[in-house]
Design a binder for this molecule. Structure first.
Ligand code: FAD
Length: 390
């Protein structure tokens, strides 16, 4: 996955190890037709433009680094105790009580709902925080299908470096290559990871033939689709691109969904962050980046907190209420903007919204980059808020 300047600079401040991430520096964007004809190439140099690098890494390596941040004894604060294999079934957001499917109960002064796009906590938070009109849009906080799904596979770098028509992607630079049909109905993305030993390949298609299977099995991922089936969808693509899609005998297909912008992320002692609060489509590559921004913001707001008053059984301590309200009010516009822009970039806006947004052209791209990649952390946001209040 790509971790770009706005979040990578926050990870660097925490002492992230490039070595542990097997990070690859992200510096280029290539656009090509389905026939692998050159359309454009641009430099994506966030270090010189925004003062922070962007990288590619593997999800599990990033997770291991975040685990290290939370548990290392040498870091400030008490190391977190992490319980794995606990499936949360219900939550009382006001009381701060979480119940697992085993019946085990956990009680906290603060509950952070970081349980992803299918969040079990979101429903309880919205029910408590809201009343009608708390959700901007149509769906009451449930995941919204976008009509798109993505085949996902990984190929060894030699498949790219040994092919003269693909080797530009590994010629001393690294970035995302995008091949697409006119209008972008079919699209293949390819980018490196693991010190450039492997490349991740995503191939976007209409979800229509797969909707029944997604719905019937109540899943957003279908595993083990034969490569021959995938090649049928991409038969019009250049043989070199098809080679990427047929390297592995089977591929997984992930349904691409997001959620509508929510007006509230908090209720009582509970707050939603990451995809649970503002899941986006992958078109702007910002989902994980925004989750990292959320975590850094919470870290800032709670770093010196000593509870002067205690929580009651049904209400949080006032200090907690104040910080959660600050988090929500200072993070919401940015997160909503990324949700909207992700749909805009993906060509998923409809009706009036589509008309109003217009083309996602170079001016729109530049404005988005400036707003998103130039982020330096929550302290600056908080200081600007204090200055505006004076
Ligand atoms: C194809 C694709 C490509 C993407 N590429 C990028 C990219 O390049 N860059 C980027 O920034 N983002 C990318 N994203 C988005 C990114 O994956 C998500 O935004 C990110 O993982 C959200 O992090 P999260 O911690 O909020 O949720 P998640 O990563 O979904 O984590 C939620 C966690 O909660 C756990 N959980 C859920 N329910 C329960 C329960 N009831 N009890 C206990 N635990 C529970 C889950 O097991 C999981 O561990 C991509 C997404 C897709 C689909």
């Amino acid at each position: 996955m790509s971790i770009v300047a706005n979040a990578y600079n926050l990870l660097v401040a925490q002492g992230v190890s490039e070595e542990n991430l097997k990070a690859v520096l992200f510096t280029h964007l290539w656009y090509r037709s389905k026939d692998n004809e050159y359309v454009s190439e641009s430099v994506f140099d966030t270090r010189s433009t925004f003062g922070a690098s962007s990288i590619f890494t593997r999800r599990s390596r990033l997770q291991a680094e975040l685990y290290r941040f939370a548990t290392e004894i040498s870091r400030p604060g008490n190391p977190a105790r992490i319980l794995t294999g606990v499936n949360i079934k219900t939550i009382d957001p006001s009381a701060g009580v979480v119940v697992a499917d085993t019946g085990e109960t956990y009680v906290g002064d603060l509950i952070i709902g970081a349980d992803g796009i299918n969040s079990a906590i979101r429903g309880a938070v919205l029910a408590k925080s809201s009343g009608p009109g708390s959700v901007i849009g149509i769906s009451e906080g449930t995941a919204v299908p976008t009509g798109i799904a993505a085949y996902i596979t990984v190929v060894p770098a030699k498949l790219i470096t040994s092919d003269p028509v693909l080797a530009f992607q590994a010629d001393g630079v690294a970035g995302i290559c995008n091949w697409e049909t006119p209008g972008g109905k079919l699209r293949v993305l390819c980018y490196p990871r693991d010190n450039m030993e492997y490349f991740q390949v995503l191939a976007f298609v209409s979800e229509t033939p797969w909707i029944d299977e997604f719905e019937k099995n109540k899943t957003s991922i279908i595993k083990g689709i034969p490569a021959e089936r995938v090649l049928k969808d991409f038969e019009a693509f250049h043989p070199a691109v098809k080679k990427l899609l047929s390297y592995a005998p089977t591929l997984d297909l992930r349904r691409i969904r997001d959620i509508e912008a929510l007006n509230h992320w908090t209720a009582g002692k509970t707050i939603l962050i990451g995809d649970a609060a503002h899941a986006v489509t992958p078109h702007a590559g910002q989902g994980c980046n925004m989750a990292i921004e959320d975590a850094e913001a919470l870290g800032f707001l709670f770093k010196d907190m000593k509870l002067l008053t205690s929580s009651s059984a049904s209400a949080p301590a006032p200090e907690i209420t104040k910080q959660l309200a600050l988090f929500e009010s200072l993070r919401k516009n940015r997160a909503h903007h990324v949700q909207f822009k992700s749909r805009h970039i993906g060509g998923l806006l409809k009706g009036e919204l589509k008309e109003e947004a217009g083309e996602y052209d170079s001016a729109a791209r530049e404005a988005f980059a400036k707003m998103i990649y130039g982020y330096t952390g929550f302290e600056a946001v908080y200081k600007a808020h204090l200055a505006a209040e004076k």
